[in-house]
Design a protein around this ligand. Structure first.
Ligand SMILES: Nc1ncnc2c1ncn2[C@@H]1O[C@H](COP(=O)(O)OP(=O)(O)O)[C@@H](O)[C@H]1O
Ligand SMILES: [Mg+2]
Length: 356
């Protein structure tokens, strides 16, 4: 069980409400601008302390109100989050926590919406985020490597920009290399795992082309990273940032050997993107004991009926808690036989009813 109950106050246009959720399937209906995406967003914020719509959490505070409050019951813990203009407070089982990662690591949550398709056509950082999301939840050491890497990179870049104490560059190179190689190793391994999962998903979603994932590290293959950092010293000083490293990694996605973003139609890209998301959810579910929440915003406007049905069928095979918005009266065929909960939002007021 992921989230069984949510209480919210002054979150975007949503009135204060307490909702009980179904452990598997929750369908959110309602007209335009009623608050469906806001409800999905509130769940995301309570799990991750960040939104998928804005980098500024304060934008989620209902206009004219001083703060928003979220409280949720999850399997095994309770989480509370309040955000005012200046302050973010997170509590787990009533105790304040300072590190966001404590909250984030508890319940993996993923959103599928129009922006998800940037996974294929967007910048490399979208694909690094995709890999990292999986690794954060599955590999316990990953967060530590990540924190060390970020710290070393920040310090090295600061030196490069300041152009002072440049003799310290070698020192930071050493610090950078250890966690970078660990992260590089994990990412390579997981690209193989994801490729294997994807091979199982694609026959039902995108059988017409051959998809391959190609992990390209952010410095020349076969080269020692430390040596590479030393060799690029002059260039780095000139540009003021570190030019090589895992922050330049890319996951190339190829369709019949060509960049997928350039050769696939928009519909094909969407199907591929969803197959990639399903693959990563399967891996996280299999490798961690964590419950997973999947938020799907407006899939109907994105995919034809057959593809939607295929997606839902594949999702039904994974142990997930689903929140799906924008299904007016129609319930997707693969879900009709299942037990689910309907949540109706009207001008920010939420009503629930259990079906089946
Ligand atoms: N901070 C806020 N305070 C109050 N209303 C907001 C805030 N942010 C957005 N809204 C409004 O909330 C309404 C619901 O938005 P949204 O959840 O995106 O609707 P839906 O997904 O149902 O179309 C919109 O009218 C939007 O303008
Ligand atoms: Mg919406």
């Amino acid at each position: 069980m992921s989230i069984s109950q949510l209480s919210l106050t002054d979150f975007r246009n949503l009135n204060s409400a307490t909702l009980e959720f179904h452990p598997k399937i929750n369908l959110i209906t309602g007209g335009n601008a009623s608050g469906k995406t806001s409800l999905l967003e509130s769940i995301h914020v309570l799990c991750q302390a960040c939104s998928f719509r804005t980098h500024q959490l304060k934008q989620c505070i209902a206009h004219g109100k001083p703060n928003f409050l979220l409280f949720g019951r999850f399997g095994g813990y309770k989480a509370g989050l309040s955000k005012s203009d200046a302050k973010l407070e997170i509590r787990i089982n009533g105790e304040p926590i300072r590190k966001r990662s404590v909250l984030v690591s508890k319940t993996p949550v993923k959103i599928v919406n129009t922006d998800s398709f940037n996974l294929i056509s967007g910048l490399p950082q979208e694909r690094r985020k995709y890999l990292d999301w999986c690794l954060f939840h599955v590999e316990h050491q990953y967060t530590q490597h990540w924190v060390e890497f970020k710290h070393a990179l920040r310090q090295r870049n600061r030196l490069l920009r300041s152009r002072q104490d440049l003799n310290l560059l070698d020192y930071w190179n050493e610090y950078l290399v250890g966690p970078s190689l660990a992260i590089n190793n994990y990412r390579k391994r997981y690209v193989h795992l994801i490729s294997a999962q994807l091979a199982g998903q694609l026959p039902r979603l995108l059988e017409e082309v051959q998809i391959t994932l190609d992990y390209v590290q952010g410095w020349p293959e076969q080269q020692d990273l430390n040596q590479c950092l030393q060799d690029s010293r002059a260039n780095d000083i000139k540009s003021g940032f570190t030019g090589y490293g895992i922050h330049r990694d890319n996951l190339k996605i190829l369709a019949d050997g060509l960049p997928a973003a350039q050769v696939l139609s928009r519909g094909q890209l969407k199907r591929l993107c969803l197959a990639m998301i399903v693959s990563v959810l399967k891996i996280v579910r299999e490798k961690s004991s964590k419950p997973i929440i999947l938020l799907i915003d407006d899939l109907r406007s994105e995919l034809d009926e057959k593809s939607q049905q295929n997606i839902y069928r594949q999702l039904m095979d994974i142990d997930l808690q689903l929140f799906i918005s924008n299904i007016e009266d129609q319930v997707p065929a693969p879900l009709q036989e299942k037990e689910f909960k309907m949540i109706h939002v009207e001008h920010g007021i939420i009503k629930t009813r259990k079906i089946n």
